[in-house]
Design a binder for this molecule. Structure first.
Ligand SMILES: [Zn+2]
Ligand SMILES: [Zn+2]
Length: 114
């Protein structure tokens, strides 16, 4: 029960407007789920050790490098931090730039096989 409550709190806190540091887009809250990346350039920031905790001090830019199709969760964007190289995964949002995502997947298709 305690765990569920904590989850709910994090869920609310993450969905907030922010200005994207990469492309300058004014990103609005998603409304139905947590907004954890920019829908325009798809970049995210490496600020969480666990999703939503903001305890990570790296602060690098998480750049999209690929896409995963999860039968339960839908599309998952795979990210790599440009500073520390950590791999993260974020769920795709409904207003994400899908064309750009496809470009990313095409461009990085060789990397993904490593
Ligand atoms: Zn952006
Ligand atoms: Zn990092």
């Amino acid at each position: 029960m305690l765990l569920r409550l904590r989850w709910y709190k994090m869920f609310i806190e993450i969905d907030e407007p922010f200005v994207c540091e990469v492309c300058g887009e004014n990103v609005k809250p998603l409304g139905y789920s947590c907004r954890d990346h920019c829908p325009k350039c798809l970049c995210s920031k490496h600020v969480d050790k666990e999703p939503g905790d903001r305890l990570e001090t790296c602060n690098g830019i998480l750049q999209p490098i690929g896409l995963e199709n999860n039968s339960k969760k839908g599309y998952i964007i795979i990210y790599r931090c440009n500073k520390c190289g950590m791999i993260r995964k974020n769920k795709m949002a409904k207003d994400d730039n899908f064309d750009l995502l496809m470009e990313v997947v095409k461009k990085n298709s060789f990397d993904m096989k490593e």
